[in-house]
Design a protein around this ligand. Sequence first.
Ligand code: NAD
Length: 212
Amino acid sequence: MPRAVIGRLSLYLRELEAFERRGETTVSSSLLGSALGINDAQVRKDLACFGQFGRPGIGYRIAELIRALRQILGIDRDWPTAIIGVGNLGRALLRYRGFRNRGFHIVALFDNDPKKIGQTVGGLVVQPLERLGEVAEELGLRLAILTVPGEAAGRVAELAAGCGIRGLLNFAPVTLTVPEPLSVISVDLSIQLENLAYRVLHEPNGGEAITD
Ligand code: NAD
């Protein structure tokens, strides 16, 4: 499945939840598309990849589509998640409540700084990275958020892969080459700002580009 389509599923879900909060029960592909700035054909094509959701003359039943998208995205369950690197960013992410609403529960913190190990942060005790394997098994950890400095990220990612972690959300400003079956998604806000600067300079009327 193209990654762009998977990315749009999360956006469809966010909009569908907003429609549901407003008391709507059905939505057309054109309304859903216009909420996201894309056309109705794209919406229909994306959703048709996963099943027959739309009904002629009715559109999409919102509750049904939300349930299906949550299942497809794998957020119909809880994901115990670790944060590795309990510095400024790690602590800020720990405080963010939005993860829990999506089923991502931060249940363990790891660092290698002796001064931080043993501290309680946000109700969790910071543990030495050497305990990752043991804790991962105990808590069923499969996801981790990586907020260590760039120079440590590669080593930590390899260690995480060897400890049963299957997905890393990497905030370190490096490209990680990791062994399968570890999946990595990297987030770099500086790159986003660079993209934004480019658009402001070269595409001033670009709007929000969500199809890339
Ligand atoms: P920080 O120095 O405050 O925190 C880093 C933490 O990682 C520290 O607690 C440190 O002890 C720990 N650490 C270092 N090596 C480790 C190792 N081998 N194992 C376990 N823990 C280790 O830094 P920060 O400001 O929180 O930034 C963290 C990372 O996130 C950096 O790589 C930074 O460049 C990056 N960052 C990315 C974005 C983004 O948009 N993606 C934004 C801000 C920061």
